[in-house]
Write a protein that binds this ligand. Structure first.
Ligand SMILES: Nc1ncnc2c1ncn2[C@@H]1O[C@H](COP(=O)(O)OP(=O)(O)OP(=O)(O)O)[C@@H](O)[C@H]1O
Ligand SMILES: [Mg+2]
Length: 299
């Protein structure tokens, strides 16, 4: 069956997105925000030349799944994913928006990326090799890359406006948002991680680490915002291939990474496009992640 064309850019008549991330287009609807997950895919910090059909649907529907299930831990920004409940001005665009967008409460985002790590990977592994600790959290000696940590840790990062996020200690994060708030964010982050990791584990998937964002409402309440426990905000590893002592295959982007290594892309523009078989297999992985984690078919 031929694949649907990927959605690369969201066009809502003459309305321009108020903000474009690597993957999501965000529209400011005054009282609320409309977040549209496109099919753009990034690797090594660049958006690639090809989209992955249905990827945006997976991100949106998986976030919605987790928002619903974690609402008992912390309230979140989700208002609705039902396009018929969107403001009337969005009515002409329901076909584009259905399944890949959500209407959310506008908040004042907390300027800290709240990362939880249960395994040693990525920037955590790099820091550990250099200092034996991650974000000021001392870890036992002798851990290998991708090893499971004795207990999950909170490793905040600041949102750099350009390029990479910067890992910071909890004390540094406290200087930005205050001591009581950072303690609360750590608590919520670790509780959400534990919930997500336990569920993923029951689906044969390791949640190695993940990033949450929080926002403040006008009433000063902390709520969970952005996307939640998606492949784009998390490191998911297939449990049956887990072999610590080196990097693990990524659940979703492995074919993309393998291809980019194979063509020896120098990780500088111009960005490559992906051959059809890499697109098809990557799409299958995103859809499989959705199916395994939710037990449902993608809508
Ligand atoms: N409910 C909300 N209220 C206010 N801002 C929000 C809300 N939910 C998400 N955001 C913000 O919207 C932005 C989402 O953008 P997006 O993730 O697409 O791009 P980005 O974070 O700038 O870049 P990247 O592609 O690297 O993730 C983030 O800055 C996030 O903090
Ligand atoms: Mg983001």
């Amino acid at each position: 069956m031929p694949l649907a064309a990927p959605l690369i850019e969201t066009r809502l008549g003459g309305l321009a997105p108020h903000r474009q991330g690597k993957v999501r287009d965000i529209f400011d609807l005054d009282d609320s925000l409309l977040m549209v997950a496109t099919d753009r895919i990034s690797a090594f910090d660049y958006v690639l030349g090809s989209g992955i059909p249905d990827k945006g649907r997976v991100l949106t529907q998986l976030s919605a799944f987790w928002f619903e299930r974690t609402a008992g831990i912390v309230p979140n920004h989700l208002i609705t994913t039902n396009v018929h409940e969107y403001p009337a001005a969005m009515r002409p665009f329901v076909d584009v928006l259905a399944g890949r967008s959500m209407l959310v409460r506008k908040t004042n985002p907390v300027p800290i990326e709240c990362v939880a790590r249960g395994y040693l990977s990525g920037s955590g592994w790099k820091e550990y090799q250099a200092s034996g600790s991650v974000c000021g959290v001392a870890l036992p000696a002798g851990l290998r890359e991708s090893d499971r940590l004795p207990a999950p840790i909170f490793t905040p990062a600041t949102k750099a406006s350009t390029g990479h996020d910067v890992n910071v200690s909890e004390a540094e994060a406290a200087q930005l948002v205050g001591e009581p708030r950072i303690r609360r964010l750590r608590e919520l982050t670790l509780e959400l991680y534990a919930f997500g990791a336990a569920h993923a584990e029951s689906c044969g998937i390791i949640l190695a680490d993940t990033k949450f964002e929080f926002g403040l409402t006008d009433q000063g309440e902390i709520i969970l915002i952005d996307e939640v426990l998606t492949p784009d905000s998390s490191r998911y590893w297939p449990r049956d291939e887990y072999a610590p002592g080196g990097p693990q295959p990524s659940f979703d982007k492995q074919y993309v990474r393998d291809y980019l290594e194979q063509i020896r892309w120098n990780k500088q523009p111009p960005v490559p496009s992906l051959p059809d078989d890499v697109v098809v297999r990557t799409r299958q992985k995103y859809v499989e992640a959705y199916r395994r984690l939710t037990g449902k078919e993608l809508a």
